[in-house]
Ligand binder design. Sequence first.
Ligand SMILES: Cc1cc2nc3c(=O)[nH]c(=O)nc-3n(C[C@H](O)[C@H](O)[C@H](O)COP(=O)(O)OP(=O)(O)OC[C@H]3O[C@@H](n4cnc5c(N)ncnc54)[C@H](O)[C@@H]3O)c2cc1C
Ligand code: FES
Length: 254
Amino acid sequence: MFRSAKKTRIMILSEKYYYVEFSLLEDLGVEPRPLQFVNIWIPGVDEVPMSISQYTEEKLYVLFKVVGEGTRGLRDRWGFFGVKGPLGNGISLNNYSRVLFIAGGTGIAPLPLLARHAERNGVELDVIWGVKKSSELFDVKTLAPSVNNVYYASEDCIVGYCGRASDLAERFLREHAWRYDIVICVGPKNMLLDICRKAGSLVDVYVSLEAIVKCGFGACGSCILKPIPKLLCTDGPVFKCNEVYKHLEWNSQY
Ligand SMILES: Cc1cc2nc3c(=O)[nH]c(=O)nc-3n(C[C@H](O)[C@H](O)[C@H](O)COP(=O)(O)OP(=O)(O)OC[C@H]3O[C@@H](n4cnc5c(N)ncnc54)[C@H](O)[C@@H]3O)c2cc1C
Ligand code: FES
C-alpha cells in the first residue's frame, strides 16, 4: 500500500547526487531498520526502489543519483508522491561494538540511518566510500555526523585513495579486519563479489543487493536472485556473503 508523501526539500550534495526530503502525510506504521528500502511512486512516471536514507516520524529522506526517467522525476517533480514500505529486512546493530561500512557510488545512501542506529547502540562506525569521479564526493559527516573515521577513494585519483573502494577496503582490512565485528557493504554487484572474495575470510561480511523490485512483498518474482531461490524484497536486501555468493558470481558472468 502506498502512503501519501509530499516532497518538501531537495539538496544538491555533489555532481549528480541529490538528497530529497518527503513530509509523510501518513505514518509508515513502523520504524525502519537500517538498509530497509521503500518503493517511491512518482505519479505519471514510474515506481523506484530507494534505500531509506534517514527517517523521523514525519519525514523520510532518500539519496540518489539521476540515471533515468524515474530518478529524473524524483529530482524534478514537486507535489505528492506515494511511498510503500519499509520493505525488506534490513540489519540490526544490537550485537556489535565496531562496524565498517563500505560503499560504492550511491551505496552511501543508507549511511545516515545506519549511523543513527550505531550511535543509539553505542557502536563505533567507520566508513570507506569510493566513487568513479571525485566530483561525486561530498562530506559524509554532513549527513552522518556521528561516524568515526571516513576514508574516501576516487578512480580519477583526485581525492583520497587512488582506485576503487574494494581495493582500498582490501588493503585496509588486511591490516585492520580484527578491529571489526562485521563489515557491511553496499554498491555494484562486481564490488560486492570482490569484497566477499577478498575480505570474506577475514571478517563477517554482509552485502546489500539491488534487483528489479515491483510488488515489494514477495508476490511477483521480479526480484529473484538467480540462480538461487531467494527474493530480494522479502529475504534481503542484506545477506551474508555465503548466502548470495552464487548469485554474485552468476551475475558477473552474464
Ligand atoms: C533495494 C534497492 C535500493 C536502492 N536504493 C537506491 C538508493 O538509495 N539510491 C539510488 O540512487 N539508487 C538506489 N537503487 C537503484 C534505483 O532503484 C535505480 O537506479 C532506479 O530504479 C532507476 O530508475 P530510473 O527510472 O531512474 O532509471 P531506468 O531508466 O529504469 O534505468 C536507468 C539505468 O538504471 C538501471 N536500473 C534500473 N533499475 C535498477 C535497479 N533496481 N537497480 C539497479 N539498477 C537499475 C538500468 O539498468 C539502467 O541502466 C536501489 C535499488 C534497489 C533494488
Ligand atoms: S518485487 Fe515482487 S517478489 Fe520481490
